[in-house]
Design a binder for this molecule. Structure first.
Ligand SMILES: [Zn+2]
Length: 466
């Protein structure tokens, strides 16, 4: 008996819209009649998909920054995601392109993503979604080192001739570490995402697209698997009524004739290999699902932007800022005789960010010998580290032009981090940041990065840099 299997993975994520100074989302007139785009996407996608009971039949990841907003804004929907998340995956915390991050930042982003998941879902995650599926072998090794068993990649991210996406593979990472990689079906996923006429009728999609893919073809295998992986917002937000499509696809009416395949979750696929041990494979380093030029989209020039000359200098400016902040924090930890180090303190600080532990309790546990003033000082510096991590969210580099809201948002995160450190340590990090931002310009407006930075601050009523 060889049954074909379909797994649908939804990557639920929105760029953060939080004002780093208030922790609230400002009004976005373009989202009217809703207060902001998070609320609008929730009404069109998160809430209806949760209400329809579709989530238990899916694999999904719910980005931690989005999940945190949802828990405040719509606790009922958030609770449905948690209760129906038996096959949920974690996500690297700030949606950072990990192959472009330092080793320390990779470790923290993964650790925060795992810890946030644990606090939210009440268990350790088995899998972790890599933002933009951006990957290299070092990132996979760090995932495995932190106990992650599998991730999802695009089939073109396999090295040497690609992968047969109908079966999972295993990547040997050396040192007794390995990780399972599930490749999504590029044709089915692209149809679901970009061919609205193909998803107008779920039964027809199942019959004409999925069944033919799984059961037809010249090279049949036992228990073939198809994984459809897309942005979760596709289902109801990017495309109207596709929440209904999704429901019918993964939870057909009881009377529906056998479609020739079963709905499975990735968790079950990975946990119970159909054909014995997964076959070995190697992956192509520095690749992703949304840039066909590797990971150039988030730090250089590629065909995804007409004029991407602003991207490398923006990243360089942030990297200089990040390095300077780290030196200040590391020095302060040493001076406070806490026997703590940046990596360890920062990895643990996610409990404060996630609201699981009051900052004072965290400081008292962590630095028992330090006096109250020192503890406050160190907490402020860790808050700077938080925003210094947030400024690397991939959204800032995704689009064509740094004048867009997503880039302004990462600039605000950078400003928040720089201003905290300048305030408590007497440094001039913001001044140098502004100088560094002035070396690139918006392709559409001609405004330089320093001017865009001033606009980004003005958006939330923050004073211009001195
Ligand atoms: Zn590209």
């Amino acid at each position: 008996m060889t049954r074909a299997r379909l797994a649908v993975h939804a990557h639920f994520y929105q760029p953060s819209r939080l004002d780093p100074w208030t922790g609230r989302v400002p009004v976005e007139p373009s989202a009217a009649p809703f207060h902001d785009w998070n609320e609008r996407v929730n009404a069109e996608c998160y809430k209806p998909n949760a209400d329809r009971g579709t989530l238990p039949r899916l694999s999904f990841d719910l980005g931690p920054t989005l999940a945190s907003w949802l828990a405040d804004a719509d606790p009922v929907t958030h609770q449905r995601f948690v209760a129906d998340g038996a096959s949920a995956m974690a996500q690297a915390y700030h949606h950072t392109i990990l192959p472009l991050a330092s080793a320390a930042d990779r470790r923290t982003e993964i650790a925060w993503g795992i810890r946030d998941f644990e606090l939210r879902f009440g268990r350790r995650p088995a899998g972790l979604w890599l933002p933009e599926t951006a990957v290299d072998t070092a990132t996979l090794r760090e995932l495995a080192r932190q106990g992650i068993g599998y991730t999802i990649l695009a089939p073109w991210q396999a090295a040497l001739g690609g992968a047969d996406s109908r079966r999972p593979y295993q990547v040997d990472l050396g040192g007794d570490h390995e990780i399972v990689v599930v490749f999504f079906d590029s044709g089915l996923s692209a149809s679901a995402s970009f061919e609205p006429e193909a998803t107008a009728d779920a039964d027809r999609f199942a019959r004409e697209r999925i069944a033919t893919r799984l059961l037809g073809g010249p090279d049949p295998i036992d228990e073939p698997l198809a994984v459809i992986a897309t942005d979760g917002e596709l289902y109801g937000h990017h495309q109207q009524f596709r929440d209904l499509f999704l429901q019918r696809l993964v939870a057909p009416d009881p009377g529906t004739a056998d479609r020739g395949f079963d709905i499975v979750t990735l968790e079950s696929v990975v946990a119970t290999p159909a054909h014995g041990p997964h076959q070995p494979i190697r992956i192509a380093d520095r690749t992703s699902w949304s840039c066909h030029h590797g990971v150039a989209r988030w730090g250089g020039e590629c065909a995804d932007a007409d004029d991407g000359r602003w991207k490398a200098p923006l990243r360089a400016a942030f990297e200089r800022l990040a390095g300077a902040i780290d030196v200040v924090v590391e020095t302060a930890l040493g001076a406070a005789l806490t026997r703590d180090d940046l990596q360890s303190a920062r990895d643990g600080y996610v409990d404060v960010v996630a609201g699981a532990k009051p900052a004072e309790a965290f400081a008292a546990e962590r630095w028992p010998a330090a006096d109250a003033a020192t503890r406050i000082h160190l907490l402020e510096l860790l808050e700077a580290e938080r925003w210094r991590l947030a400024m690397f969210a991939s959204d800032g580099w995704f689009w064509d032009d740094p004048i867009r809201p997503e880039t302004r948002q990462v600039m605000r995160a950078a400003a928040r981090a720089a201003r905290i450190v300048d305030g408590v340590a007497g440094t001039r990090l913001e001044r140098r940041l502004v100088e560094d931002l002035a070396v690139f310009s918006s392709p559409s407006r001609g405004l330089d990065g320093a001017a865009i930075y001033a606009l980004a601050l003005d958006d939330v009523g923050q004073p211009a840099p001195a």
